[in-house]
Design a protein around this ligand. Structure first.
Ligand SMILES: CC(C)(COP(=O)(O)OP(=O)(O)OC[C@H]1O[C@@H](n2cnc3c(N)ncnc32)[C@H](O)[C@@H]1OP(=O)(O)O)[C@@H](O)C(=O)NCCC(=O)NCCSC(=O)CC(=O)CCCCCCCCCCCCC(=O)O
Ligand SMILES: NC(=O)C1=CN([C@@H]2O[C@H](COP(=O)(O)OP(=O)(O)OC[C@H]3O[C@@H](n4cnc5c(N)ncnc54)[C@H](O)[C@@H]3O)[C@@H](O)[C@H]2O)C=CC1
Length: 343
């Protein structure tokens, strides 16, 4: 279809839009676990970008991942005011591997591209306009607006609109910027490969010509693509949604049930897990009765829990809620009544 539009001499400009009010949410993540088939996205995007006639992306709903990378291959981007855009690949253990890591910094600058690519956050159409990621935002029918716009630029050459030909905007101290961002992503997700690879890919965009940058992007993506971390994060994506559908045998579901505030809890067993759970509950404002039958464990746990609470409180600049936790070493009614508030 695209080839036909690009080769038909009667067609002066082209609009790419999605289906059902969504531009494109990106690749089908399920396909990543089997050999890749179908037209590879990179040559498709290159074909769009190098077209001799203007190509306009009409962005409604979402333009995420490969969807936004396709939009970056277009010469103009018009977004609906309700649209969301982003490169969330980092959450799947990947990087934007269809040229996104190379085109985005050239379009919106290195600091903003690093932010979007390493956090994977979605931006609203308004923020996208402010960043220069889209050219226009409309409240009206996006496809109609994009068609009008495409007709208005039909006689213009798209030469100056090809992002791959843009120089990456200069930054006064690239080394310091990358060092700072690398340190922050390493702290935020210790041991995670994808955020580090994302920073390296953007660095390639900032320091190498486009073709070499693409080659670096490919190398980094090849390492991530088959990594255990990427598999785990993609599994997590579907598991999170499966949990959302999960229900009790009675039919009760978390999303159809009214939440009940929890003020008190009992933690039984103060080993590795119990200590952390007790601390998390106290930090969430819940009063805890912590019960442990082994005296030595109980003594160690008291010390460990107090110091975890003190460290956490210091970090947040508040007083440690040591009075929110009481310890017990027996299962008697007395310790249970501390929980229920009874005699
Ligand atoms: C889209 C959403 C914002 C929608 O949200 P919402 O309406 O709330 O619905 P959900 O409940 O979230 O989803 C509904 C339903 O859809 C399923 N789903 C959603 N998105 C996807 C998806 N992308 N893939 C598959 N399925 C999806 C979801 O699971 C639900 O179904 P259910 O589970 O049955 O309930 C929201 O869903 C969302 O945010 N989605 C994720 C968006 C995203 O992450 N997009 C990015 C995808 S990755 C991508 O696009 C990257 C690419 O395109 C890369 C292409 C380049 C590839 C280059 C490869 C190079 C490989 C190198 C190998 C070299 C090897 C060698 O050399 O050796
Ligand atoms: N440690 C981990 O990473 C994970 C542990 N779990 C599960 O969580 C549970 C606890 O694990 P850990 O904390 O690692 O074990 P642990 O062995 O470190 O701690 C268990 C504690 O419970 C105490 N205890 C046992 N019976 C008790 C009773 N009747 N009343 C009060 N205290 C009692 C023990 O004395 C011990 O101090 C286990 O079932 C484990 O399989 C689950 C996920 C991860």
């Amino acid at each position: 279809m695209m080839d036909k539009a690009l080769s038909d001499r009667k067609v002066k400009s082209v609009v790419i839009c999605g289906h059902n009010g969504k531009f494109c949410g990106g690749a089908d993540i399920r396909e990543f676990s089997s050999p890749l088939t179908g037209p590879l996205l990179i040559p498709v995007i290159q074909g769009v970008e190098s077209a001799a006639k203007p190509v306009v992306a009409a962005i409604e709903g979402v333009a995420l991942g490969g969807g936004l990378e396709l939009a970056l291959g277009c010469h103009y981007r018009i977004a609906n005011s309700k649209a969301r855009l982003g490169l969330p690949e980092v959450h799947l253990g990947l990087l934007p591997g269809a040229g996104g890591s190379q085109r985005l910094p050239r379009l919106i600058g290195v600091p903003a591209a690093l932010d979007l690519i390493t956090t994977g956050r979605h931006v609203t159409a308004a923020e996208a306009l402010q960043l220069g990621l889209v050219d226009r935002v409309t409240d009206r029918n996006t496809v109609d607006e994009a068609v009008k716009f495409a007709l208005s630029v039909a006689d213009q050459s798209p030469q100056s609109r090809r992002i791959s030909t843009f120089p990456c905007p200069r930054h006064p101290d690239l080394d310091a910027l990358f060092e700072d961002v690398m340190q922050r992503v390493r702290q935020r997700a210790r041991g995670a490969l994808a955020p580090v690879a994302c920073v390296r890919a953007v660095r390639a965009a900032a320091t190498l010509p486009f073709p070499q940058g693409m080659e670096r992007e490919r190398e980094l993506m090849a390492t991530l693509f088959t990594s255990g971390q990427a598999r785990a994060q993609q599994y997590h994506f579907f598991a999170q949604r499966a949990v959302g559908r999960w229900s009790m045998p009675s039919g009760a579901r978390w999303d159809k049930t009214k939440p009940v505030a929890v003020h008190k809890a009992m933690v039984i067993g103060l080993g590795t897990m119990g200590r952390g759970i007790a601390v998390a509950l106290v930090q969430a404002g819940v009063s805890v009765v912590a019960m442990e039958t082994n005296e030595k464990q109980l003594t160690d746990a008291k010390q460990a829990i107090s110091s975890m609470l003190e460290r956490g409180a210091k970090r947040r600049g508040v007083a440690p809620a040591l009075d929110k936790i009481r310890y017990s070493s027996d299962h008697s009614r007395r310790s249970r009544s501390a929980l229920t508030g009874g005699p």
